[in-house]
Design a protein around this ligand. Structure first.
Ligand SMILES: [Zn+2]
Length: 276
């Protein structure tokens, strides 16, 4: 089955089961069902951030603490069935990896169809973080002092405020899943900034309901995506994204790449690629 065909099925499955899935996660935050389609058989553990994403990172383990239990961040998973994890999302990632390695962003750009797929992929990450956030919030309600913490810079995960009401958390979770079932991402294209990067290492930060930044050093590409905010032009989004990247790099003490490279990369080591 082609990837596009699989994605049609994926959207249908989400639409048909989203109520069941969300109700089940809200009812029991550690429920063992596929967080995408609700299937309870053939479950696998879907990595919140796929391991290939930080392939070239010099630090392979990122510490996160859950209820005082330390685990490495690259083992943070949510349950997903084999179809959703391996067949559909796995295929989407394989497709994107192929595109990332084939493109030279200095003189070409992704097709609209691939931009739709990049956005969908970034949306799946957001949804998985929402699932984790819900667990965190429920843990907090239950009196634990769970604070998600990723200590090994340059990786940093910036979560939303801790005092969100449960109903707000639930509706955000619901919307994050629903978003995955929407085919057209046209109205979202300006909210995705694609950057050519020359940094040697992987960087990542994420703010739930807000934005995500992923720098894939092995492909010389970085993505900044605003989950909610809309922009009249791609330029506006890019300006704002650059400001946030600059602030985050500064706060994590990230080494900045020498600006004197052939493509005029700014101090950040990332350069906005303009759409033709
Ligand atoms: Zn599934």
């Amino acid at each position: 089955m082609s990837l596009n065909r699989k994605l049609i099925e994926f959207r249908k499955m989400i639409r048909a089961n989203q109520k069941k899935v969300i109700d089940s996660i809200i009812d029991d935050h550690s429920t063992n069902i596929c967080v995408f389609c609700g299937e309870s058989n053939n479950l696998t553990r879907e990595h919140v951030i796929p391991q290939w994403v930080y392939d070239r990172c010099t630090r392979r383990t990122f510490i996160t603490t859950t209820n005082n239990n330390t685990q490495t961040y690259n083992r943070t998973t949510v349950p997903a069935c084999q179809d959703c994890n391996n067949s559909i999302l796995g295929e989407l990632e394989r497709h994107l990896k192929h595109k990332f390695s084939a493109i030279d962003l200095r003189n070409e750009y992704f097709s609209d169809d691939d931009i739709d797929k990049i956005i969908l992929w970034l949306e799946t990450l957001e949804y998985k973080f929402h699932v984790l956030d819900l667990r965190r919030n429920l843990n907090k309600v239950q009196g634990s002092d769970y604070i998600p913490y990723i200590g090994q810079m340059p990786i940093a995960m910036f979560q939303g405020p801790m005092d969100q009401s449960p109903s707000k958390v639930f509706s955000n979770l619901r919307n994050a899943l629903k978003t995955l079932s929407i085919k057209s991402k046209d109205s979202r294209h300006n909210s995705l900034c694609i950057l050519h990067t020359t940094n040697p290492d992987f960087h990542f930060f994420h703010s739930t309901n807000n934005y995500i930044f992923i720098e894939l050093a092995q492909y010389n590409v970085a993505f900044f995506y605003f989950y909610k905010q809309e922009f009249a032009t791609a330029k506006e989004a890019s300006t704002q994204a650059q400001e946030i990247v600059k602030t985050e790099y500064a706060s994590t003490g990230t080494e900045q790449v020498n600006p004197g490279d052939a493509y005029g990369a700014p101090d950040l080591g990332v350069k906005q690629v303009h759409q033709n």
